[in-house]
Design a protein around this ligand. Structure first.
Ligand code: SAH
Ligand code: SF4
Length: 388
């Protein structure tokens, strides 16, 4: 068990309590065995926490009083504080979540008919500094723990009454597309995704949980050993020269390397016909020309993909502009003529700043990057979200 799984505020000689919220079933089994308890307790506790939203051991009626007392003495079930919940006119719901240390991360729920997609954060800020991303401009503070990641699903599901017997199944899909780069926080993200998909926790199908990465190739290379979730690649450019500018990690792991790794992952999955989602944020006069679309079609010829075009969402620490509707349609048409399934991500939750790339939270920035950007944009208002 790592420190990240435990409550780190230890007073006096009191032992830190183990936070059960972020433990996978395998880790819970190990934990119960280490206490001299039966393995099946893990499944029971997992269901109480993730299917019934319980955080009080006294409510766990199929667990003996003696064991409940033992659990109370050594463990806790503790999610971070929800600072604020914002509801958009279009049904989008955003949660501002304050994590230990004071920073605020964001989680967004996007309803679409029967489907409800939760966009989950993996880090406080992001160290990768993509030029078009509000999160990147906020700098970086730390990785979220597995408990803090799965807590976002727990909190959202509870807010809809989902974690009650026969509660509505509102959160049907999860995308790791909130703040942070999931592969830079590999172990905690993999544990949280395991809980999302586990039958004794949220039981979401592997086809409905997606990890999005800007391309941390060494971690992507080992992802298949730990999960079989869907994969999205944030490509945004059809050649290395342009991608180096937009997604700086490309200088370390260029496109050919990234696509080869993504292809290996998708081809290693037991079920065939799965496709990698290619995310391509269209920025006015930067990567939206017809020749970019043609080059992209050529580049992806041998990779099993579907393409998701995302109109750039402006924010006030960026000079980039949103793509025109014409350019976007033209770009999509070219890709479709070339035989690619190509969808356009509609902007949702605009009125509560919940659209892609607008998630900035409040990052206690250890990198000082946010100061640098604000100085450059001294005319502009800083990106802040005011708490209640
Ligand atoms: N770090 C991961 C996941 C979080 S970003 C990644 O980069 O994939 C989720 C998606 O939103 C990525 O595809 C990202 O490129 C896109 N995005 C970031 N800023 C954006 C903006 N301002 N407008 C539109 N999309 C943006
Ligand atoms: Fe980080 Fe993804 Fe934003 Fe790039 S796009 S800065 S990797 S969160």
């Amino acid at each position: 068990m790592t420190n990240a799984d435990t409550n780190q505020t230890v007073t006096g000689t009191e032992q830190a309590k183990v936070n059960l919220l972020g433990l996978t079933e395998a880790k819970l089994v190990a934990f119960f065995e280490s206490m001299g308890e039966k393995r099946f307790r893990a499944a029971q506790v997992l269901k109480w926490i993730h299917q019934l939203g319980v955080d009080d051991f006294d409510e766990m009626s199929n667990i003996s009083k003696a064991l409940r007392e033992k659990l109370k003495a050594h463990c806790e079930i503790r999610g971070p504080e929800v600072l604020r919940q914002l509801d958009s006119a279009d049904g989008t719901r955003k949660f501002l979540i304050r994590v230990t240390g004071g920073s605020v991360v964001e989680t967004v729920f996007i309803p679409d008919g029967e489907r409800g997609t939760l966009c989950v954060s993996s880090q406080v800020g992001c160290s990768l500094d993509c030029s078009f991303c509000a999160t990147g401009k906020q700098g970086f503070n730390r990785d979220l723990t597995a408990a803090e990641i799965i807590a976002q699903v727990w909190i959202a599901a509870k807010s809809f009454g989902q974690l009650t017997p026969n509660g509505p199944r509102k959160v049907t899909n999860v995308v790791m597309m909130g703040m942070g780069e999931p592969l830079m926080n590999f172990d905690n993200v993999v544990d949280a995704m395991n809980l999302m998909m586990h039958d004794n926790a949220y039981g979401i199908s592997k086809r409905r949980v997606t990890l999005s990465t800007s391309g941390v190739v060494p971690e992507l290379d080992r992802l298949g050993d730990y999960t079989d979730a869907c994969l999205a690649i944030s490509l945004h450019a059809p050649n290395d020269e342009l991608r180096n500018e937009l997604v700086p990690i490309n200088k370390k792991y260029p496109i050919a390397m990234l696509l080869a790794s993504a292809k290996r992952y998708i081809e290693s999955l037991p079920d065939t016909h799965r496709k990698i989602t290619i995310e391509y944020t269209l920025i006015d006069h930067v990567n939206d020309r017809p020749e970019h679309a043609r080059q992209l079609a050529e580049l992806l010829r041998d990779v099993p993909v579907k393409i998701n075009l995302i109109p750039f969402n402006p924010f006030n620490l960026s000079n980039y502009k949103r793509v025109s509707n014409n350019a976007m349609r033209r770009f999509q048409d070219i890709l479709m003529q070339e035989g690619y399934i190509t969808t356009v991500r509609t902007t949702r939750g605009d009125d509560i700043d919940a659209a892609c790339g607008q998630l900035a939270g409040e990052v206690n920035d250890r990198t000082k990057r946010s100061e640098r950007y604000r100085a450059q944009f001294s005319q502009a208002e800083p990106v802040t979200i005011v708490s209640q």
